[in-house]
Design a protein. Structure first.
Length: 221
């Protein structure tokens, strides 16, 4: 028997595999700004970043940063309609594939999640979009359901939209009494028709289930 095929003695421990460090190293690169070659001006704040990382992670960043800079911009990209805190958290995700600690897990609140979903759609970050959709589905409540439905419609979050429609249909009177429903009616008026269809489907399904139950009860043993 070939000696090379003899397995190592079970009494000798194998070398311990260290955890991956790529995300941590890239996060440190973002935090320190070392070798950064682009600056974003967001909501009055300046944030340094690295074109190579951004263009690899997002086709939107690739298009944005591949375009010629306007004369006088001096490498500064000015972004509108996004809060500095949201963009900073999104940048952290782009570099590390995780949200910063203050916005991770149970610490990620609904308003921040809604803003991050819009940012994920804007910059075409599929995994961040899914994380936000899951969080908003888990956090669904009467006060935020209509606002979240409008957000899902505006940002092409189809799975989240289905959950919202189902929730609103099951809690219609309570949701209609919220400011969010008024906002939804103004920003996405066509959603009212979709809500009504969801309510009708809910009633039809309940009626069908009741009729099937009656048939089963009436059937001879």
């Amino acid at each position: 028997r070939n000696a090379a095929s003899i397995p190592p003695s079970p009494r000798l421990p194998l070398p311990e595999l260290p955890p991956p460090q790529l995300g941590a190293h890239l996060g440190e690169l973002l935090e320190t700004g070392r070798d950064a070659d682009v600056t974003f001006e967001v909501d009055g704040e300046m944030m340094r970043a690295h074109k190579l990382i951004l263009t690899c992670r997002s086709p939107v960043f690739h298009a944005l940063l591949s375009a010629p800079m306007r004369e006088g911009n001096e490498g500064v990209v000015r972004l509108q309609d996004i809060k500095a805190e949201v963009f900073r958290a999104m940048l952290h995700f782009v570099y590390t594939a995780n949200l910063p600690e203050e916005h991770s897990g149970d610490r990620l609140e609904v308003p921040m999640t809604q803003h991050l979903l819009a940012a994920a759609d804007r910059f075409n970050l599929a995994r961040l979009r899914t994380i936000c959709e899951r969080k908003l589905c888990e956090s669904m409540e009467v006060e935020t359901a209509a606002t979240t439905l409008a957000l899902a419609e505006q940002n092409r979050a189809l799975d989240l939209k289905r959950v919202c429609l189902d929730f609103v249909a099951n809690n219609l009177s309570e949701v209609m009494a919220t400011d969010g429903f008024t906002h939804m009616s103004h920003s996405c008026p066509h959603l009212q028709a979709e809500v009504l269809r969801a309510v009708a489907d809910l009633k039809n399904n309940a009626k069908q289930a009741e009729e099937e139950e009656e048939e089963d009860t009436a059937a001879p043993a």
